[in-house]
Design a protein around this ligand. Sequence first.
Ligand SMILES: Nc1ncnc2c1ncn2[C@@H]1O[C@H](COP(=O)(O)OP(=O)(O)OP(=O)(O)O)[C@@H](O)[C@H]1O
Length: 252
Amino acid sequence: MTAKTKRSPKIICISSGKGGVGKTSFSVNVATALSQKGKSVLLIDGDLGLANVDVVLGLNVRHTIQETIEEGRELASSLVEINPRFHVLPASSGVPEMATLSYEEQAFLTNSLEEIIDRFDYVLIDTAAGIGDSVLWFNTWSQINIVILTPDPTSLTDAYALIKVLNSRHERKHFHLLINSVQSKKEGQDVFTNMRMVLERFLKITPLALGAMPQDKNVSMGIRQQRPFLLGAPESKASLEIIAVADRIIAL
Ligand SMILES: Nc1ncnc2c1ncn2[C@@H]1O[C@H](COP(=O)(O)OP(=O)(O)OP(=O)(O)O)[C@@H](O)[C@H]1O
């Protein structure tokens, strides 16, 4: 692919409501899997004030999205190449004001993003936790909304709250659920069925199942080693599920 090749990327937002449920780990690894399958991927760190995609990948970041918003620096200058088919757009950490962009800043960032994304097949956004403005805005900018939840009841509650807000205030109707840290396939199915019943009953939304990631020590090891578990442990249960999820994303 040359830098000038124009594409029509699929924009995919990855959110959860609750923090610490595995968004960043999932985003980094599914981006790696898509790139291994020959797709050109941009992963945006959408946690604008408390970024960690760069940490999980062990990147040496020179410029971030913050400099585009605050100084007008060209967004393309912040792109970090992981490999020719996988780029990252890092954000800043410890900058609280980045978490709440004004309407003008959001519009400026949207325009800047739209100038660079047509080089990619997939644009993935790893959002912040919670249901703050930037989370809602990235979700409405995207075509595909992935919501990650774990079997933990508080995770279900927060995922439901996120979907409710996106549905009631932003008219989003289609959600793909990724159940993370399950002990068995059955547990993943049970959590999905439970969430689907609640969403159908109270919001008239029928979610789609994207997959169930097993609890796997290779996931936390990958984070500690600052390397995708898909590369460090390609035969692990987590890697096999990530590859299956990447195939399902390609089929969407
Ligand atoms: N499938 C899994 N098996 C084992 N550990 C996991 C799994 N998924 C995530 N974890 C662990 O959970 C922790 C949080 O993961 P991660 O940082 O990806 O979550 P997050 O949702 O991005 O967090 P935040 O909301 O703070 O951005 C990490 O220590 C990670 O190793």
